[in-house]
Each structure stands twice: as structure tokens, then as C-alpha cells.
Design a protein around this ligand. Structure first.
Ligand code: KIV
Ligand code: ZN
Length: 389
């Protein structure tokens, strides 16, 4: 079994940027690439150089600026694409060409009007061609999620023989269930004779909300690279979310896996990506959503205030988030109310809180959230009533 380091391949600047309305200019891409390197990602997929002069320029500038991470450029299994990618990557300290072709029968028949044998030959040729420009060649078998496992194993064995150092098994349409994706990776581990010469990579899309679960199933079965994006951005329902897989691996140490990601930068970088790409993060998004560390129901608040571990498995500081919030709503309880009054400097005993709680419920039923201003008004009113009495 492979050792425990899981390489984090960030594709925010390539698959993430394919989201409608998220187009980045070269300066924005460069700035984000530097931040990703600082975060500790192992590979930055900087773009698809042949797709436009702007993307070519972005990959060139990122190649010049990045010193530690591998810089990767995407291409189709087409000689010209590969040459243009190689040209854009020529200044990179660690260049990687990512090339490949669709291997499912849907792609072979409908997209290429071709045969399995022809696609196998094209796969071999593109890897051989890419190896003329760099020793680090990643092959993707597009729609591997719906590709027959026997044929997939045949293609993967052949491209490794042709020189691929990483083999990417994309669930392009987000179709697989976690056990199916995990079994697919295990099938390759057990049936590709030269698999020890390459790293297996998981590239999962989120059409059924399973991208993260599938990627984790993949590394449990022996893959050692995950392709992911900040905030899970990407085509349609998105890609595997970087922050989720990193924190799952960190939380579940028994898996014997680790990454090089500096988790404290996850929330700050999530905000930068969201602002730069003008894509708001859903409040309930794991790890980086604004509600990820908020507690609003009475039962949870009471438990959390006694011991944070009762309702939080991650300390927000660990992922660079603001401290946990006790949000006051009509579902909140007395302990949360007392806690929030105390934070505002009021010293109320149990009887005070009982009285205030009834007033609080009336306010809470009339609005979504009771805020500090409401509490100040209620608290001061209660103090002056006490003086008069
Ligand atoms: O989803 C996919 O199959 C891809 C490949 C181009 C790697 O993004
Ligand atoms: Zn993709």
C-alpha cells in the first residue's frame, strides 16, 4: 500500500474557473496561485493554455512566479495542445502536463465516433508526446466514473508504460456512489501490473453531492492525489471541495493519511476566492460557511456552553474561522441568553434570566435573530425596572 501523503492538486484556476461568470484575469490568477502555494497545495493547475491567449499568459506568469508547487497545464490528447501547454510551462520549476481523453463508451461513441482500440492508441500517443517536454505527465481518463473497469485498467496500464507518472480517474459527471468509486480505484490497484510506477488521482464532480465522499473513498482504496477546488467551485455542481477533504483527512487520523495544507489559511483563502470570483459561499458550507461554527438551538447551545466538544468536532481557530457563535433565535434557551447578556457586561442572576427569557421569546418570535442591540434595550429596561421596584 502507498505511503500516507495525499497530494493536493488544486484546480480552482482551471476547473473552478469554468463556472459561468467566474472568469479571472492574469493578475487575479497570479495572486490566487501565490496564495495557493502559501496554503501548501502540491500542484496548481493553472489553466488550459491552448484555450485562449489570456489563459496561455496566465499559465506563463504563474510558471514564472511559483517556486515550490508543481505548475500544471491542461491539454486534450492533441499534439498542438500539448506543445502549447509545454510552451506556457517552460519557466516552471516543476512543470506538469495534464493530458488525456474520454474513455467511457459515451465519449468513445458519441463524442469521438471512434472505437476502444483507437482511443487506447490516442491515449498512448498523447502521453508519449507530452514526455518529450517534461518528465511529469498526468493522464486523465475522462468519464472514468462510467468507464468499464477492464477497459480502464487496460488504458491505465498502457499510459503508465508510455510514461505517465500520475493517472487521473475522473468521475466527470459525478455519477458514482462512494463504494463504486472506491472499488474502481481498488480494481486499478489490483489489476494494473505497473500501478506502482504512478500515483492514482481522484477527480470527482459533485452532481449528486458525492464529490468529497468519492474522493475519500478513492484515497482509502489507495489513490494518493485529490483534485479539488477552494469552496468546491467548478463546472455545474462543482468539484471536490479542498477544505472538506483536507479536514476529513486531518480529523480521521486512523486512516494514516496526511496533507501539507496549512489549515489555518482555509477560511481566509475561501473568502479571497469568493470575493475574487464573485461566488458567494453558501452559509451552511462545511468548514468555510458563515454558519459552520454557529449554534442556534437551545439544546445545542446548552451543550456547547458546557463543553464545546459536545457539538463541535473542529475548533474554528484550527481552520482560521471566527470564533464559534451563539445565535439567539426563538429556538434558543436560557443558558444561551444568559451567556450573551454576560458577554455584553450584564450581571443577571437566575431569576432575572427567567423574567428576561419570557420577554426575549416575544422579541424572538417577531424576528429571525435577536441581536446585541435588542439585548441592550431589554437588559437596560430590566435594570431600570429593578431600581424602580
Ligand atoms: O472532469 C474531468 O473529467 C476533467 C478532466 C479534463 C480532467 O476536468
Ligand atoms: Zn473536472
Amino acid at each position: 500500500m502507498a505511503e500516507g501523503k495525499v497530494h493536493i492538486f488544486d484546480t480552482t484556476l482551471r476547473d473552478g474557473e469554468q463556472v459561468p461568470g467566474c472568469k479571472l484575469n492574469t493578475n487575479e490568477k497570479l495572486e490566487l496561485a501565490l496564495q495557493l502555494e502559501d496554503l501548501g497545495v502540491d500542484i496548481i493547475e493553472a489553466g488550459f493554455p491552448i484555450s485562449s491567449p489570456g489563459d496561455f499568459e496566465s499559465v506563463t506568469q504563474i510558471s514564472k512566479a511559483i517556486k515550490n508547487a508543481t505548475v500544471c497545464g491542461l491539454s486534450r490528447a492533441v499534439q498542438k495542445d500539448i506543445e502549447v501547454a509545454a510552451q506556457a510551462l517552460k519557466y516552471a520549476v516543476r512543470p506538469r502536463i495534464h493530458t488525456g481523453i474520454g474513455t467511457s463508451d459515451f465519449h468513445i461513441k458519441s463524442k469521438f465516433n471512434s472505437t476502444r482500440e483507437d482511443i487506447l492508441q490516442r491515449a498512448i500517443q498523447c502521453v508519449k508526446w507530452a514526455r518529450n517536454f517534461t518528465d511529469d505527465v498526468e493522464f486523465y481518463a475522462e468519464d472514468a466514473g462510467r468507464t468499464d473497469n477492464d477497459y480502464l485498467a487496460q488504458v491505465i496500464e498502457a499510459v503508465i508504460k508510455a510514461g505517465a507518472t500520475v493517472v487521473n480517474i475522473p468521475d466527470t459527471t459525478g455519477y458514482c456512489l462512494p463504494y463504486q468509486y472506491g472499488e474502481k480505484i481498488a480494481y486499478l490497484v489490483n489489476n494494473v501490473s505497473n500501478i506502482d510506477k504512478a500515483i492514482i488521482s481522484c477527480h470527482c464532480h459533485n452532481d449528486l453531492g458525492l464529490a468529497t465522499a468519492n474522493s475519500i473513498a478513492g484515497v482509502i482504496s489507495g489513490a494518493r492525489q485529490i483534485e479539488c477546488t477552494i469552496n468546491g467551485l467548478g463546472e455545474r455542481a462543482g468539484n471536490t471541495s479542498l477544505e472538506e477533504v483536507v479536514m476529513i483527512i486531518k480529523q480521521h487520523r486512523h486512516l494514516g493519511l496526511y496533507t501539507n495544507i496549512n489549515a489555518k489559511q482555509l477560511n481566509p483563502l475561501s473568502r479571497i476566492v469568493s470575493d475574487t470570483m464573485r461566488m458567494p459561499v453558501q452559509p451552511n458550507k462545511a468548514i468555510v460557511g458563515s454558519n459552520a461554527f454557529s449554534h442556534s438551538s437551545g439544546i445545542h447551545q446548552d451543550g456547547f456552553l458546557k463543553d464545546a466538544l459536545t457539538y463541535e468536532i473542529i475548533n474554528p481557530e484550527e481552520v482560521g474561522a471566527d470564533s464559534s457563535k451563539i445565535v439567539l433565535t426563538a429556538r434558543s434557551g436560557r443558558s444561551a441568553l444568559a451567556y450573551r447578556f454576560q458577554k455584553l457586561g450584564f450581571q443577571f442572576d437566575r431569576n432575572d434570566v427567567d423574567v428576561l427569557y419570557n420577554e426575549f421569546l416575544i422579541v424572538a418570535d417577531s424576528k429571525k435573530e435577536v441581536e446585541d442591540g435588542d439585548l441592550q434595550t431589554m437588559g437596560k429596561q430590566h435594570q431600570s425596572n429593578a431600581v424602580v421596584a
